[in-house]
Design a binder for this molecule. Structure first.
Ligand SMILES: [Zn+2]
Length: 303
């Protein structure tokens, strides 16, 4: 029953540079990764290579084939690139981009070519750059030219680690409108777009965007706590509706796993596979959602 390959399209790579960047954002003296991890009671990632090995062992332990690792702060592309170099058959590299950075298009180009990363991640609410802003368009153009995938966080955005560290998060949630994304996705019809967490709140608008744009995909990741914004909505109904509108080829399994020792979020997998079973999804469609669509979007470069 679980013999189909499982790939996880949404894991965060919390590297030493990630923690150091958060430390710097908090100000004060140079706060190294170990110190922040002690404060959070999380495992110190050590080096990017050690963290890559930790992830590979974790995937092995859960029978997961491949995973997308997201560099979760702008400028941390090198950490994920080294993880991908170390385990090219297991990891696909994503990176967070702030399109307001002066060198954003060049950074995108280098990440997708020289660093062999595969997807650029935009967080318009966090970086406060609208999806129809020229800076966003330039970044997506660069991603398109390099054959990259574009991940766009829409809807509600809250970053647990920022809250835990007392970092301010003045996000402008208006900018995560899936209808604005649909305009962007229509302008780049050959670029695959991934919207995490089924749109993370504005579900109807996310469905409309995906219906209008055959290049828009949803990832299923996280506990999808946003469903509480819509009275009576269940995750079963979310899966059922998404499958009815997008079809089985545009829904991509993910967990939103991030730190250790918690590791890979098996409860997300268990819940979502139970839902697929309950709503009567065929074995063939289930295989696409759990692994096949990931392989199509991110074909392995290793034999
Ligand atoms: Zn995430």
């Amino acid at each position: 029953m679980t013999s189909d390959p499982i790939n996880d399209s949404h894991c965060h790579f919390f590297s030493p540079a990630f923690f150091s960047a958060l430390g710097r954002q908090r100000g004060g003296d140079a706060q190294d990764a170990s110190r922040i991890c002690r404060e959070l009671e999380w495992e110190d990632p050590g080096t990017p290579d050690a963290l890559a090995d930790r992830w590979a062992r974790e995937l092995d332990a859960h029978g997961v084939g491949r995973a997308a690792l997201i560099a979760s702060v702008p400028g941390d592309e090198d950490s994920v690139a080294s993880a991908v170099r170390r385990h090219p058959g297991r990891f696909v590299g994503f990176f967070m981009l702030d399109p307001s950075a002066a060198d954003a298009p060049e950074r995108v180009r280098r990440s997708l070519t020289e660093r062999s990363l595969r997807a650029m991640c935009l967080f318009p609410a966090m970086h406060r750059v609208p999806l129809d802003d020229d800076r966003t368009l330039r970044a997506v153009e660069a991603a398109a030219a390099a054959g990259g995938v574009v991940f766009v966080h829409c809807g509600f955005l809250s970053i647990g680690v920022r809250r835990r560290l007392g970092l301010p998060s003045p996000f402008d949630l208006r900018l995560g409108d899936p209808l604005a994304l649909s305009r962007l996705a229509l302008a780049f019809p050959r670029v695959p777009f991934i919207v995490p967490h089924f749109g993370a709140g504005p579900f109807r608008e996310a469905l409309m965007a995906a219906d209008a744009c055959p290049n828009v995909h949803f990832d299923t990741s996280s506990s999808n706590g946003w469903i509480r914004y819509q009275p009576g909505l269940t995750l079963d109904a979310v899966f059922q509706t998404a499958l009815a509108v997008l079809g089985p080829s545009r829904l991509i399994f993910g967990t939103d796993s991030s730190f250790f020792p918690r590791g890979w979020q098996r409860p997300v997998f268990d819940l979502q596979t139970a839902i697929l079973e309950r709503i009567g999804v065929s074995q063939e469609d289930r295989a696409l959602v759990l692994g096949g669509n990931f392989e199509r979007l991110f074909p392995g470069k290793e034999s």
